[in-house]
Design a protein around this ligand. Structure first.
Ligand SMILES: [Zn+2]
Length: 123
């Protein structure tokens, strides 16, 4: 029923019209935390950098938006990322603190959906 309105390749070509389709990757999505604590989700040529935020007080379980597990509040972290070409708008995501473990459980398709959010400002 929910037919995708575009796929990743079309989206990339729309944003980077010069991209040779043969150069588009078959789809290894990188998802890792760097030494500064920022989380990266990347699939060439797109990269999303997620900046960790201070915890907000809550005890309710929280859904990790990458692996889609219900996690205890202590096991997740809130992040923000800039949206759109200007990078002036912020949006927010909740992800596991343990990025390596989360990466093992998150589906590449799901990570691509998150990556799209950094380039589409749909409110
Ligand atoms: Zn997770």
């Amino acid at each position: 029923m929910s037919e995708p309105s575009f796929d990743e390749r079309e989206l990339i070509l729309e944003l980077f019209p010069g991209t040779d389709p043969d150069l588009l990757p078959p789809g290894e999505v990188l998802y890792y935390r760097d030494e500064d604590g920022k989380v990266h989700i990347a699939e060439e040529p797109l990269e999303m950098v997620l900046e960790p935020l201070e915890a907000t007080p809550s005890t309710a379980p929280v859904l990790c938006e990458a692996c889609l597990r219900q996690m205890s509040r202590a096991s997740v972290q809130f992040f923000r990322f800039s949206v759109g070409p200007s990078g002036r708008r912020w949006r927010y995501l909740t992800l596991c603190r343990d990025t390596a473990q989360c990466n093992g459980l998150a589906e590449p398709r799901r990570l691509r959906e998150l990556l799209r959010r950094s380039i589409i400002s749909d409110g």
